[in-house]
Design a binder for this molecule. Structure first.
Ligand SMILES: NC(=O)c1ccc[n+]([C@@H]2O[C@H](COP(=O)([O-])OP(=O)(O)OC[C@H]3O[C@@H](n4cnc5c(N)ncnc54)[C@H](O)[C@@H]3O)[C@@H](O)[C@H]2O)c1
Ligand SMILES: O=P(O)(O)OC[C@H](O)CO
Length: 379
């Protein structure tokens, strides 16, 4: 009898061979995490020159401050990276996930689970990342990993907490996935300094991760305009209300939005210059054009695309998201920062809570000189 069984604890199932597909900053940090947690880990990096740089210097140019252990297998050959895996993490920018999921599906043995680590909503379809995986990898078990986690801090070993969510069926059906997939992934990646919490609400987790990118741009714009702490707190709180509304409209739960992947990630990205979305917004607020603010960047600014996809999805579902609308108008419709801020500030005065909603709807005393936009603000 094994030691754990003698002690009265059944051995907890976990994965042992992890392939990380996407060798940007986040994929690299997650590969380090999987290694630290005791898995044999391979990292697929799309750019052959980045693989060469890793072999020559031990560092990935996408996360250049951190040396990678020699035990980590690095390759730009997808088949090679996937060959031995019993768990695959998908970590490419959201707009590339569909194409990549197709490629992985063609190479990966059936039933090997994938963990979606990209944060975003697909531009043309408005699909969540998990919808894309369900469409392109039918029948394959999946989970979602999200939460407040700057790649550089995870690589440094800073204490970090994230959420891992799988759908209810995989959480509850021991025949399909003993202990639930989210639990097995948590046991695979968890270390004292990387602490996953479990959830059975992937929709809430995914919406939080996508919309926070857009709200972080709004906070960056406000900072770039020289606005202070009060407006930032207002944007974060009303941004959270927008995440709640979209989450519910898509069938997720409000309580999830209070967790790490909602409030946690929103707070992180809206209040740190480390955030690429926040810094991009700040440059816009200081007067750069979108093209100038993005020029020369190899790092992805998810919110720039997500502003459009989130807003289009919200419109289709009849969900009001005025802050996301304002960011989309600045980025994609040529609206000036000043006019977008003015329009937000002169929206009708409404109840803060949904309970007051039918009774309170007051035209703002200053009106909206630009658009006359109005609507619900319930949280
Ligand atoms: N960096 C972070 O701190 C962090 C943390 C949590 C989540 N995320 C999320 O992880 C995802 C990946 O971001 P990142 O920070 O690792 O990327 P990154 O900005 O560090 O690097 C860009 C990545 O895009 C890839 N890429 C470029 N063109 C591509 C194509 N045509 N097909 C496939 N891949 C292509 C590159 O190979 C590289 O992996 C994003 O959704 C991001 O929001 C990032
Ligand atoms: O740098 P950002 O704004 O892409 O944020 C990175 C992560 O999503 C933070 O959790």
């Amino acid at each position: 009898m094994r030691r754990a069984e003698q002690d009265g604890h059944a051995e907890q199932p976990r994965f042992r061979r992890v392939a990380v597909v996407g060798g940007g900053a986040w994929g690299t940090a997650l590969a380090l995490t999987a290694e630290r947690a005791g898995s044999a880990t391979s990292l697929w990096v799309r750019e052959a020159e980045a693989v060469e740089a890793i072999r020559a210097t031990g560092c990935n140019p996408f996360l250049s401050e951190h040396r990678l252990p020699e035990s980590l297998t690095v390759s730009s050959d997808l088949g090679e990276a996937l060959a031995a895996a019993d768990l695959v993490l998908l970590v490419v920018p959201s707009q590339f996930l569909r194409a990549l999921a197709r490629e992985v599906e063609a190479l990966l043995a059936p039933r090997i689970p994938v963990v979606i680590c990209s944060k975003g909503i697909e531009a043309e379809s408005g699909a969540l990342m998990s919808q894309i995986v369900s469409e392109e990898m039918p029948g394959r078990p999946w989970a979602v990993l999200s939460g407040p986690s700057f790649a550089a801090e995870v690589a440094e070993g800073q204490p970090t907490a994230v959420t891992i969510a799988a759908d209810e069926a995989s959480m509850a059906d021991p025949a399909r996935m003993p202990m639930g997939l989210a639990a097995q992934v948590a046991l695979t990646l968890g270390t004292p300094n990387f602490r996953p919490y479990l959830s059975d609400d992937p929709v809430g987790v995914e919406v939080g991760g996508a919309v926070k990118n857009v709200i972080a741009i709004a906070c960056g714009i406000a900072a770039g305009q020289g606005l202070g702490s009060n407006p930032r707190a207002a944007l974060i709180t009303r941004g959270l209300a927008e995440i709640k509304r979209l989450t519910e409209a898509l069938g997720g739960r409000r309580e999830t939005v209070s967790g790490l992947a909602g409030m946690g990630d929103l707070t992180l990205t809206c209040s740190s210059e480390q955030s690429r979305n926040f810094s991009f917004g700040k440059a816009l607020g200081q007067g750069s054009s979108v093209e100038e603010a993005l020029a020369g960047k190899t790092a992805v600014v998810e919110g720039a695309e997500n502003a459009r996809s989130v807003t289009a999805l919200a419109r289709r579902l009849g969900v009001e998201m005025p802050i996301c609308e304002a960011v989309d108008a600045i980025l994609h419709q040529g609206r000036s920062v000043e006019s977008a801020i003015q329009a937000l500030l002169t929206r009708p005065l409404r109840g803060e809570s949904r309970a007051l909603e039918p009774h309170v709807a007051l035209r703002h005393p200053a009106g909206d000189p630009y658009s006359g936009t109005s609507g619900s603000e319930e949280s």
